[in-house]
Design a protein around this ligand. Structure first.
Ligand code: NAD
Length: 300
């Protein structure tokens, strides 16, 4: 008995890295999985189906069922094909894990237009296109009187929550995904769909240069293993998480942080308009006990 017996899941970008670990975990918990991957290089070029096929083989060896899908998630019609494939092949869709992504890191003054467009397209449009088509399906079922237990699990990043230098495109896309998670959660609650996002940290080709030796697997608990991240996704995909929605979790090793979104950290109040010079005079009150400079990258 798995936590996801009888469920049908899509994991995008599941040929490698975190998506691969998520697809394997969901299958190990009993879900049938559509393993999507366009087979792109880290920068988003190429089309190698092999990694996704290998994940499907592993899932089948483990006793669950899976199929490959090679859609580009940032294509509106490709995203629809992917949702349709899950329904046509396995009879329904219960869980959508939006994970696919690429990187084109450059400082803002060196970034090309295509670096901006491609990263925003794959992450932000890719998340939205998939969520849109899945939402159409779940809303239709709910309106037909069916009991829907839909799940969307998005992939944001600490780069999106805190803003990482050299990643204007990626951080903007990931902040957009975190914010879109709240919107989708509000819109889809009435149709029986929860929407959450994770901000993971794990050793993959995307982070091997960033974390380097720090992320090497040691002898003990491997906190950089993408499988650690997948466990949270397994929980969020399950019926046990029916009351968890609109949340963004930072997840790394054995640590899971529920984050609370943006909160005021200082304030000024009065019943009349402030002039710029009055705000200047009250600046120390607005920033009482806190810095007026760039907020720290991390909360811990
Ligand atoms: N690894 C980390 O520590 C980390 C940290 C924060 C966020 N993330 C996010 O986690 C997700 C997975 O990253 P990863 O580290 O496993 O990277 P990865 O490069 O190992 O895997 C990403 C996969 O997505 C696929 N892909 C790319 N564009 C696609 C498209 N248009 N359609 C379908 N598939 C596509 C790639 O072929 C690749 O297999 C990404 O959204 C990433 O931004 C990762």
């Amino acid at each position: 008995m798995g936590l996801l017996d009888g469920k049908v899941a899509i994991v995008t970008g599941a040929g490698r890295g975190i998506g691969r670990a998520e697809a394997l975990l969901l299958a190990a918990e009993g879900a049938k999985v559509v393993v999507n991957d366009v087979g792109a290089s880290l920068a988003g070029q190429g089309g190698d189906k092999h990694p996704a096929e290998e994940v499907v083989d592993l899932i089948k060896e483990g006793g669950s069922d899976a199929v490959v899908n090679a859609s580009d998630v940032s294509s509106w019609s490709g995203a629809k094909d992917l949702v349709d494939q899950a329904i046509d092949t396995f009879g329904s869709l219960d869980v959508l894990v939006n994970n696919a992504g690429i990187l084109r890191d450059k400082m803002s003054f060196n970034m090309e237009e295509s670096d901006w467009d491609d990263v925003i397209r794959v992450h932000l449009k890719g998340h939205f296109a998939m969520s849109h088509h899945a939402a159409v399906y779940w809303r239709g079922r709910a309106k037909a009187g069916e009991d829907v237990h839909g799940r969307i699990i998005n992939t944001s990043s600490e780069a999106g929550l805190f803003g990482n230098a050299g990643q204007a495109n990626y951080s903007a896309a990931k902040a957009g995904i975190a914010s879109m998670t709240w919107v989708l959660a509000r819109e889809l609650e009435r149709y029986g769909v929860t929407v959450n996002s994770i901000s993971p940290r794990a050793r993959t080709r995307m982070t091997e240069n960033l974390f380097g030796e720090m992320a090497a697997a040691g002898d003990g608990f491997d906190q950089w293993d993408p499988a650690n991240v997948a466990q949270l996704v397994g929980f969020l995909a399950s019926d046990e998480a029916a009351d968890v929605t609109g949340q963004n979790f930072i997840v790394f090793g054995g640590n899971i942080w529920a984050t609370g979104g943006f909160h005021p950290v200082g304030e000024l109040h009065r019943d009349s308009m402030w002039s710029p010079s009055e705000i200047a005079a009250a600046k120390s009150e607005l920033f009482k006990g806190i810095s007026s400079g760039i907020p720290p990258f991390s909360f811990f």
